[in-house]
Design a protein around this ligand. Structure first.
Ligand code: UFG
Length: 333
């Protein structure tokens, strides 16, 4: 079978990195993206881009039918936790209902493999210990629930049909393609490293630290930041496993150690020069510490991360942010 992958959300942050990585190693790539938060200029030149909503199941079905695809990598979705609390039904529509339609199209067209972008938010609040995959799943936001429901649908569909899947639960994804071809370009991003590098290039006045009274070493929240290149590498390994006839798998993707907000911001200061920080109240819904037990991905996928270095993550994120700024100036002048 041809190695041909449909990448949903392939014009977005993580999807575009995956599309580049697949093209780099010789897979054929077709991207479907409605360009609501993604950009066509992030897509590799060798990939075909279909500008459409994955909820357009007629379009997806006709793409998959006789399209020669042996896999779908599904990144399209909404990702902002507080937004999901304010507007849950749009999250269930966008993340759950549309994923259901996509899985059904895959089954009907006989696409044998499915790799799904899930999240640590399926666990809900956890203690300070690293979280393994067998931790009870108690999502605390519609975002987490919407992703968990897709995990459940995939598992059930795989039991009933000729389908194997990889579910990858992301911790805090950051950084950008070291080759500078793509990076996080979302407008109004809320993620710590993205916000901090935006401040470093002068796109924002500074950054607010959301709470310093947590039960952690310096009082700020601890997260497991993973470089997007390592994250994407695990997707390709998961796909290879399925193509080689391996079993479906659900695995965490993180490095297994965390950094506090203050440590991250100190690293940004070291790399980019000091940014302005203000102390603010806690952000509702933030857990004190969330760190992955990622031993399963290393063991089962032989995943060997190459970018487990916070300074490198920040440098790559900053380089991309500078690139965006130059690009912006070039297009507005
Ligand atoms: N933070 C700040 N100031 C900011 C932005 C973030 O202090 O301007 C803090 C947050 O309060 C939090 C930490 O930085 O303590 C990380 O926040 P992010 O928003 O970068 O990431 P989250 O840990 O909240 O979210 C991540 C993923 C979600 C996923 C969640 C599950 O981005 O998709 O983990 O744990 F659902």
């Amino acid at each position: 079978m041809t190695k041909r992958v449909l990448v949903t959300g392939g014009a977005g942050y993580i999807g575009s990195h995956a599309a580049h990585a697949l093209v780099d190693r010789g897979d054929e790539v077709v991207i479907i993206d409605r360009l609501s938060t993604g950009f066509d200029w992030l897509v590799p030149a060798a990939a075909d881009l279909v500008v459409a909503d994955i909820g357009d199941t007629e379009r997806v079905a006709s793409l998959l039918q006789d399209g020669g695809f042996d896999a779908i990598m599904h990144f399209a979705g909404s990702i902002v936790v507080p937004e999901s609390v304010a507007d849950p039904l749009s999250y269930y529509e966008n993340n759950t209902v549309k994923s259901r339609g996509l899985i059904e199209c895959a089954v009907r067209a006989g696409v044998p493999h499915f790799v799904f972008s899930s999240t640590a938010a399926v666990y809900g609040s956890v203690g300070s210990e690293p979280v393994a995959e067998d931790t009870p799943l108690r999502p605390e936001s519609p975002y987490g629930s919407s992703k968990l429901m897709t995990e459940i649908m995939l598992a059930d569909a795989a039991r009933a049909h000729d389908l194997t899947y990889g579910v990858l639960r992301y911790f805090n994804v950051a950084g950008a393609d070291p080759a500078g071809r793509t990076g996080q370009s979302t407008k109004g991003a809320t993620h710590l490293i993205k916000v901090a590098v935006e401040a470093a290039v002068g796109k924002r006045e500074g950054i607010e630290i959301f709470g310093e009274d947590y039960q952690t070493a310096d009082g700020t929240c601890v997260r497991d930041y993973i470089h997007v290149t390592d994250l994407v590498a695990a997707h390709l390994l998961a796909l290879d496993r399925l193509r080689d006839g391996g079993d479906s798998l659900t695995a965490n993707l993180g490095y297994g150690h965390g950094f506090s907000v203050k440590e991250v911001l100190q690293t940004v200061d070291d790399v980019a020069g000091p940014i302005r920080k203000t102390m603010g109240p806690r952000r509702p819904g933030d857990a004190a510490s969330i760190v992955a037990d990622a031993s399963k991905a290393r063991r089962e996928l032989n995943w060997q991360p190459q970018h487990d270095d916070l300074t490198g993550i920040v440098e790559d994120a900053l380089r991309w942010e500078r690139h965006l700024q130059t690009r912006n100036e070039a297009t507005t002048n």
